[in-house]
Design a protein around this ligand. Structure first.
Ligand code: ZN
Length: 245
């Protein structure tokens, strides 16, 4: 079983297309998307249509931006995120609104892998530290779990001795998974990377070979920026894509 792991696409169609092009000749058995399909970017309907059209098995969980785009509480959002959420709300087509509303809230277990947006405890929790990862490991029943939300390609490992460590992978990297360890994996953000590498991030997880390949792929950043500016969204949302923050 080879899983294409995507997260935090954030209405960035150019980045999503680049990722799908990069994997088009690879065998993928399942595509997972760990939430925040929309928000920040200017192409929510195009992104949702592209994801819905993706061939093969797919499993998605919703993220906090997906929830808010449907009318959820905006109080945890800063001014820029709020403006983008309200704009997204006003633009979603009825079909895409229905699709987003039907996305399950994590944790969701598929093929023996747990999918969450923030953490296993809270859709809105950021897993930045080993201590936070440990709290999630305590409630996850599967050897491998995947998360998003931080926009950082990350692998936390719970060793057989009970120790938890973590690393961020901002370049292409392949990591072998140990059979006795458990893992929490974030593939990074497709549409708004925040690790100072502007390239779209994703991961391919091979459950038979026990390997994770963190990947980066260049995409047409200026097309995404033009769409954001043309939509009248805050300029910072365009600027940050070029720097990857
Ligand atoms: Zn996000």
């Amino acid at each position: 079983m080879r899983i294409l792991a995507l997260s935090d696409v954030h209405s960035n169609l150019s980045a999503l297309q680049a990722v799908f092009r990069a994997v088009q000749r690879k065998r993928i058995d399942l595509t997972v998307c760990l939430g925040d399909l929309v928000g920040y970017g200017a192409q929510p309907n195009q992104v949702l249509e592209r994801l819905r059209r993706r061939r093969g098995a797919k499993s998605f969980v919703r993220g906090n931006h997906d929830r808010v785009a449907l009318g959820g509480d905006l109080s945890g959002f800063n001014q820029v995120a709020r403006e983008a959420a309200l704009w997204t709300r006003s633009k979603l087509s009825p079909e895409n609104r229905r699709f987003l509303a039907g996305l399950p809230h994590g944790p969701l277990v598929v093929h023996g892998v747990t999918l969450v947006h923030g953490s296993a405890l809270d859709e809105d929790e950021y897993l930045f530290t080993a201590a936070a990862a440990r709290r999630s490991f305590e409630v996850i029943a599967t050897p491998i779990a995947m998360f998003g939300h931080t926009h950082l390609p990350t692998l936390f490992r719970l060793g057989e001795d009970g120790s938890v460590d973590g690393a961020v992978f901002s370049r292409d990297a392949e990591v072998r998974l140990e059979p006795g360890s458990r893992y929490l994996l974030n593939p990074g953000s497709v549409g708004q990377p925040r690790d100072r590498n502007p390239e779209a991030a994703f991961a391919i997880v091979d459950l038979a070979r026990l390997s994770v390949r963190f990947r980066r792929v260049a995409y047409d950043v200026s097309a995404a920026q033009r769409a954001i500016r043309k939509a009248g969204l805050p300029g910072i949302l365009a600027d940050r894509l070029a720097a990857g923050y």
